[in-house]
Design a protein around this ligand. Sequence first.
Ligand SMILES: [Zn+2]
Ligand SMILES: [Zn+2]
Length: 326
Amino acid sequence: MGAFDEVLAKVSCPACGAQHDRGFQTKLFEPDYDERPGGTFEIGGAPIRAHLSVEHFEKRAGREGWDDDWIALAPWQRGTPLVALLEDQSFYCSCAAFVVPELRFDLRADSDYADVCLVGIGAELLSREDALVGVHFSELIPPGLVPLSKHAQWSTALKDGTPEERRRILAAAYREHAFLPLVSTPRTPSPGGSDFLSAPMRCRACGDRRTRFCHTSLFQDPEAPSYAESVAGEEILVPIPPGSTRLYHAKRPVVLGERFGVLEASHPWFCACGAGPILPLLWFVAGRGSATIIEMEALDRLDDETLARVHFVHVEHVSPLRRGTP
Ligand SMILES: [Zn+2]
Ligand SMILES: [Zn+2]
């Protein structure tokens, strides 16, 4: 049966250089027509036969998309890379940048259908005015993310407008989307939630220091989840657990008025220096029924010295040998 094509890629955040291991799906080459099974694109991988011809892309680029999924944004000539923006696969970096993958494909015509190779992976910030320059096709914004419905004239212009008009309309819509605040209040509490924190984070390997975002579930009461959101220096009213919880192992007692460290679960991103996958170490000051996030460290490995300093360790990092006595 047909399926999506997969893309396995390391995507670099254009804002901070962090590397993200990502897997995408795309129907750019229409794998489910004729029930062609989906393939996996990787740089240096074998070519994948599209259902569409090279002529198809030449004809459509700069004029019209197809299936209402793809917006044609610029003319394309065979022999040059075809650039596609996978808007619906965009994601937030830990630095809060809204990153959208940009894929470059090489199309060969040895038959009626194009043989396609992935030759490059980039990333754009949709907040940038020129994010769509050099892009031949972009996926239409998934409904609901951007209030396109409020702009009925956009739909017509996206279909009938010139490539410049389409780029202008999409860029405006994307910027509106990209500027949705990452920290927003209030949220609806629900079981299994986590608190959302923002503070300066320093990479222990290279010293890079910048504001990043992180989640913690340490303070979550499954019966009464709170979804607190906090930026550095802001106190949140949360219970500090007196001992180990379902998700965190308590190593040392927390002292009122002093700092305490929480080693979080690892995250599938790497610092621009290559360190990673990053283990975030969160530092709070303990209050009476409250905690204040102060700073965070990005670790790429665990050593005994670190384990000796922290108060709570996410169970992901606790081996039976290291558990010790709380
Ligand atoms: Zn970033
Ligand atoms: Zn680093």
